[in-house]
Design a protein around this ligand. Structure first.
Ligand SMILES: Nc1ncnc2c1ncn2[C@@H]1O[C@H](COP(=O)(O)OP(=O)(O)OP(=O)(O)O)[C@@H](O)[C@H]1O
Ligand SMILES: [Mg+2]
Length: 262
C-alpha cells in the first residue's frame, strides 16, 4: 500500500460555473500533522468534504489510505474521525457517553468502550466531568469532549475543521498543545483546517497555504519555521498574510479582466 495516507491528484471542483478547487495535487505521508491554512472561502471545507467522501471531484482523483473515499466508503469506516468548529455533542448523553458513540457504532465491547472513554477524557483533562451533560459543560469543555470522541475510536487519520476557532486564545492554546500530545501518543495522521496563521504553525509539522480557488500557494516545514521565527513570529506572520492577500488580488484582477474580454 502507498506510504501516503492522502493523495490528491489534479483535482478540480466546479459548482456550476464556480471553480472552488483548481487543479490541486498534494500528498500527505502517514503519521504527519498537516495544517491547511486559508482565508474564508478558500475551499478548505470543500477539500475536507472530498477527503471524507461527501463530495466527488469534477475531475482528478482522491485517495485516502489507498481508497476512493466516495466509492470505497465502507473500507474507510473506523479509519477516519472528525472534529468540527461546533462540538456537535448529543445533548441527552453525558460527556462519557458522547465519547463512546463512535465505538458503539464500531461495536467495541462495553467494558472496553468505557475504559477507552475514560482514558481519552483523562487526556483532555475531563476525568471529573464524564457524568456531566453537554449543557453542564463550558464551550471549551465541550470542544475537549469532541476531541476525546475523535481519538477514542483509534483512527488512523483525524480531521479538524476550525476546531479551536470559537475558543478564547488561552483555552485554544492549551487545547492545541493537548491535541499535539494526543496525536503523537496515538501516532495518528492529522489534517487541521484553519484560517489562523498562528494555529497552523503551532499545531502542525507541515503547513500548506491555500489560495482561492483552492490551490497551494506555499508548503512549509512548520518545525523549521518555529525554529527560525518562533521568537519573533510577527514578521513571518505578515509575510504569510501578504502571500494570501496578493493571491486574492491577482485572482480578482484576472476575473475582472476575463469579464471585460468576454
Ligand atoms: N455546494 C456548493 N455549491 C456552490 N458553491 C459552493 C458549495 N460549497 C462551497 N461552495 C463555494 O465554494 C467556495 C469554497 O467554500 P468552502 O466552504 O470550501 O470554503 P472555506 O475555505 O471552508 O471557508 P470558511 O473559512 O469560510 O469555512 C465558496 O465560495 C463557497 O461559496
Ligand atoms: Mg469552512
Amino acid at each position: 500500500m502507498s506510504p501516503n495516507i492522502i493523495e490528491v491528484n489534479d483535482v478540480s471542483v466546479w459548482f456550476g460555473d464556480f471553480n472552488a478547487v483548481s487543479d490541486l495535487s498534494f500528498s500527505i505521508s502517514e503519521g504527519s500533522r498537516v495544517a491547511i491554512l486559508g482565508r474564508t472561502g478558500a475551499g478548505k471545507s470543500t477539500l475536507l468534504n472530498l477527503l471524507v467522501g461527501n463530495l466527488e471531484p469534477t475531475s482528478g482523483t482522491v485517495r485516502v489510505a489507498g481508497h476512493d473515499p466516495v466509492r470505497e466508503r465502507r473500507e474507510l469506516q473506523g479509519l477516519l474521525s472528525m472534529a468540527y468548529q461546533s462540538p456537535r455533542l448529543l445533548p441527552w448523553r453525558t460527556a462519557r457517553e458522547n465519547v463512546e458513540v463512535g465505538m458503539e457504532i464500531l461495536r467495541v465491547p462495553k467494558a472496553e468502550r468505557r475504559e477507552r472513554a475514560e482514558h481519552w477524557l483523562r487526556m483532555v483533562h475531563l476525568d471529573n466531568a464524564g457524568d456531566r451533560y453537554p449543557a453542564q459543560l463550558s464551550g471549551g469543555m465541550r470542544q475537549r469532549t469532541s476531541l476525546a470522541r475523535a481519538f477514542a475510536i483509534g483512527p488512523r487519520l483525524i480531521f479538524l475543521d476550525e476546531s479551536f476557532s470559537a475558543l478564547d486564545e488561552v483555552t485554544a492554546k492549551g487545547l492545541r498543545a493537548d491535541f499535539v500530545t494526543m496525536s503523537e501518543e496515538s501516532s495518528v495522521s492529522a489534517v487541521i483546517v484553519t484560517h489562523s496563521i498562528e494555529e497552523a504553525f503551532e499545531i502542525a509539522d507541515r503547513v500548506l497555504v491555500f489560495g482561492r480557488p483552492a490551490r497551494i500557494l506555499g508548503d512549509f516545514d512548520a518545525a523549521e519555521v518555529r525554529r527560525k521565527h518562533g521568537d519573533n513570529f510577527l514578521p513571518f506572520r505578515e509575510h504569510i498574510h501578504q502571500m494570501m492577500v496578493d493571491a486574492e488580488k491577482a485572482d480578482a484582477e484576472a476575473e475582472a479582466k476575463s469579464l471585460v474580454e468576454s
